[in-house]
Write a protein that binds this ligand. Structure first.
Ligand code: ZN
Length: 242
């Protein structure tokens, strides 16, 4: 089975559309989403609709919770993210609010355990360090552990092999019989210096993980961010992928 894995879409429908178009040529049987469909970006409803119509598994992320109105959470976010969270809360249609409210914080499917954050804290914790990657394997048992949240793609094996960031663009990892922690990177707001949308294709039968990047119309999303009056920094960062 071939599975496309996406995460951290963040209301960027043009990035998501580019990924979905690229996936048309990937022969993927399923789409899994690791959360943060909304927040930061200008098109939250369209992103929810696109994921709801295609994903067989979808998790909730911290920005999704913020958009659902947990005002007590605002202190957990920087001012721009909190402002975008308030905007998203007012822009989100009832249908997609209900969809986000129904999402689980973690899932286990086809030999993989899925988290937005980490096994320690599925929504809020970041897997950024080698220690965090080791811990993610220790706290789980499935052959594959998938996490998002940091917006930086990485592949870490139980033997300590690690690759991350733009170096993974177009790279393939042979999963063999090892356990792995993988992060597909971010569709809608990459932070590894490569502004292209990031995603992952898993061939579970062949034991192969393929990291992909696809260019999208960054300027169009930037224009929409400005039209909605969202913070300028959220538009500017998309050009450089930081
Ligand atoms: Zn995110």
């Amino acid at each position: 089975m071939r599975v496309a894995v996406v995460s951290d879409i963040h209301g960027n429908i043009h990035a998501l559309d580019a990924v979905l178009q690229a996936l048309a040529g990937e022969d993927a049987d399923e789409l899994w989403c690791l959360g943060d469909l909304v927040g930061y970006g200008p098109r939250p409803n369209e992103c929810c609709a696109a994921v709801a119509g295609r994903a067989s598994v979808c998790l909730v992320g911290n920005h999704d919770l913020l958009a659902l109105g947990c005002e007590v959470l605002e202190g957990e976010f920087n001012p721009d993210a909190a402002e975008a969270g308030r905007w998203t809360r007012s822009a989100l249609a009832q249908e997609w609010r209900a969809f986000l409210e129904g999402l689980p914080s973690h899932a286990e499917v086809d030999g993989a355990q899925l988290f937005h954050g980490s096994p320690r804290d599925p929504v809020w914790d970041y897997v950024l360090s080698r220690e965090g990657m080791v811990e993610a394997l220790e706290l789980t048992s499935a052959p594959l552990v998938l996490v998002g949240h940091s917006h930086v793609p990485f592949a870490f094996s139980a033997e300590g092999e690690l690759a991350f960031g733009p170096a993974l663009a177009g790279a393939e990892a042979e999963l063999a019989d090892l356990r792995w922690v993988l992060n597909p990177g971010s569709v809608g707001q990459p932070r590894d210096g490569d502004p292209r949308a990031s995603y992952l294709v898993l061939d579970l039968g062949a034991g192969r993980a393929s990291f992909r990047r696809v260019a999208y119309d960054v300027e169009l999303t930037q224009r929409e961010i400005r039209e909605e009056g969202l913070p300028e920094t959220l538009a500017a960062r998309l050009a450089t992928g930081v």
